[in-house]
Design a protein around this ligand. Structure first.
Ligand SMILES: Cc1ncc(COP(=O)(O)O)c(C=O)c1O
Ligand SMILES: [Zn+2]
Length: 368
């Protein structure tokens, strides 16, 4: 077998690719038993699917693609690179997860005349809705009651059914998971297939730098799918002897929503009563993948940073002023990089990649 599915905590095996949590409650993970080989990259395919050989559960004729991945990696200044994930088809890195998730599961869903269910009012909801539309599947996206704005409109335009749920964010997830006839819960936070798709980001960064990986990678963290996917991709490259080491992965959070940072630094975290951050995609105060994130970030000898609201705004405005119109949530990673430079925890001479995760076109901020 080229892969197996097992619990990230107790190791219990699962054989059903539709499963996402173990009976012990911990998230499942997919483990690959095949090496990355440069010669197996399909160099003429300019999408994430150039790496199809390393997604053994996906059948080529079942791929649902909107042209995601293979986003530009550009040099911003000496040693500093931006990975332009905002250029993905729905405007964020989430398309990497959605294309792998939907491509793998669409046949089972179609056979059962089912529909896919997801909980998110943001980029992931829009992305899953788009890939379901492309696959010709119905999607039900569960969102918090008060949601509105460009991302919500995008979900609706893709034709998904939207179910508004009152109460906490956890209640939204519970409703989305509630068993119903023909419902296939594919929630991006829990489903390891979504994180699997994010592995491709590590492959791309390595390949685009001619297999000389950067010293540091900065990325924003909320639910942790981006962080876990990127670590897993670099680990796969190391285990395959394609690169020597995993870069220092720096998990960037807002001061308000920073459970990973606090736990990583062995500090106590008390979330604010109300989140009022301009980084409106980073809202997971109690992420279900927290323990897994801590474990993987420690194993990878990564780091975590938090930034203040004024630092985020400043970074957002500065990036836009240089032509990079990204979400405030994406600017968190740039703000964190600048903070570490100021504190001399990072050096301008280290080859560094900042992942610009989402487009500024969806922002609700108004220019002053
Ligand atoms: C633009 C953007 N950046 C970063 C993130 C954080 O990703 P994750 O939830 O996988 O940690 C999100 C998640 O919604 C996002 O929409
Ligand atoms: Zn378990």
């Amino acid at each position: 077998m080229e892969y197996n599915i097992e619990c990230s905590k107790c190791g219990r095996a699962s054989t059903n690719i539709l499963d996402f949590v173990c009976s012990c409650g911990a998230p499942l993970e997919i483990r690959l038993h095949l090496h990355f080989e440069k010669k197996k990259v399909r160099r003429r395919n300019y999408s994430l699917w150039r790496y199809i050989e390393f997604f053994p559960y996906v059948k080529e004729k079942e791929i649902t693609s909107l042209g995601e991945g293979w986003t530009p990696l550009i040099k911003f200044s000496d040693g500093l690179y931006f990975k332009l994930e905002q250029l993905n088809p729905t405007g964020s890195f989430k398309d990497r997860g959605s294309t792998v998730l939907i491509s793998t599961l669409q046949k089972s869903v179609r056979k059962a005349e089912g529909y896919v269910s997801e909980d998110s009012s943001g980029n992931a909801g829009a992305s899953v809705a788009a890939y379901a539309a492309r696959a010709g599947l119905k999607a039900k996206i569960y969102v918090p009651e008060k949601v509105s704005g460009p991302k919500f409109n995008q979900i609706r335009f893709y034709g998904a059914e939207v179910v508004k749920v009152s109460g906490s964010r956890n209640r939204v997830a519970e409703e989305a998971q509630k068993p119903e006839k023909r419902k296939f819960y594919v929630g991006h936070i829990l489903h390891s297939l979504f994180r699997e798709g994010i592995r491709s980001l590590a492959y791309e960064m390595a390949e685009q730098l001619d297999w000389h990986v950067p010293e540091r990678v900065y990325l924003p963290v909320s639910a942790g799918t981006l962080l876990l996917g990127v670590i897993s991709g670099f680990k796969h490259l190391v285990e395959s002897n394609t690169i020597e080491t995993v870069p220092k992965i720096v998990a960037c959070q807002t001061k308000q929503v920073s459970p990973l940072y606090h736990h990583f630094k062995n500090l106590r975290y008390t979330p604010p009563r109300r989140i009022a951050s301009i980084a409106d995609a980073l809202v997971s105060v109690n992420p279900p993948l927290l323990n897994l994130m801590l474990k993987r970030l420690r194993e990878a000898k990564g780091d975590a940073v938090i930034v203040e609201e004024d630092e985020i705004l400043h970074a957002f405005v500065e990036l836009a002023g240089k032509g990079f119109f990204v979400e405030p949530s994406s600017a968190v990673a740039y703000a964190a990089y600048k903070k570490q430079l100021r504190n001399k925890e990072a050096s301008k001479h280290d080859k560094t990649v900042i992942i610009l995760t989402g487009t500024g076109l969806k922002t609700v901020l108004k220019p002053s």
